[in-house]
Design a protein around this ligand. Structure first.
Ligand SMILES: [Zn+2]
Ligand SMILES: [Zn+2]
Length: 156
């Protein structure tokens, strides 16, 4: 085997390792996935749809790159909301996995940050749609807050 072939093999191997850098899963473990990296921005979203879909005071979704469904792709169920956005969850355990804007492919999904198994290099940098937050939920004073989406400007 010549050096070029060895180099190519090494490069291919490093790509395989890289593509499984950060792993996540649903509650039952049926759905597992890996991603390579994350978008710069991640916001706690207090909109009514996120609250209901995640059954929580807010949802934190993050864009990812090189998403790879490792198992359970057949378990993924998709809810199409009236506004055209799509929410994806595990059909067995109900774990809320992600969000897509209208027309986006499954690979373009923004994942629920809470489904990652270990620490990930993401810093939540905003809280959005705070006009819709629950009265019993306290905003974080250390984070910029937007009444609607990020583009609407600061409200705190
Ligand atoms: Zn599950
Ligand atoms: Zn939301």
């Amino acid at each position: 085997m010549d050096d070029v072939t060895l180099d190519m093999r090494a490069e291919k191997w490093s790509k395989i390792v890289m593509s499984e850098k950060y792993k996540g899963s649903c509650l039952c473990g049926g759905v597992t996935f890996s991603v390579n990296s994350f978008s710069d921005q991640a916001a706690n979203c207090h909109c009514t749809m996120c609250r209901k879909f995640h059954g929580a005071s807010f949802a934190t979704l993050v864009g990812v790159s090189s998403l790879n469904w490792l198992s359970g792709k057949a378990l993924l169920k998709h809810y199409n909301a009236p506004n055209g956005t799509v929410r994806t969850f595990c059909n067995d355990c109900g774990t809320s996995l992600g969000f897509r804007v209208k027309g986006a492919s499954l690979e373009e999904i923004e994942l629920a940050i809470a489904t990652f198994d270990d620490d990930i290099p993401v810093k939540v940098d905003a809280q959005i749609y705070t006009n819709y937050k629950a009265n019993w939920c306290q905003l974080q004073s250390s984070l910029p807050s937007f009444g609607e989406g990020r583009e609407t400007g600061y409200t705190l």
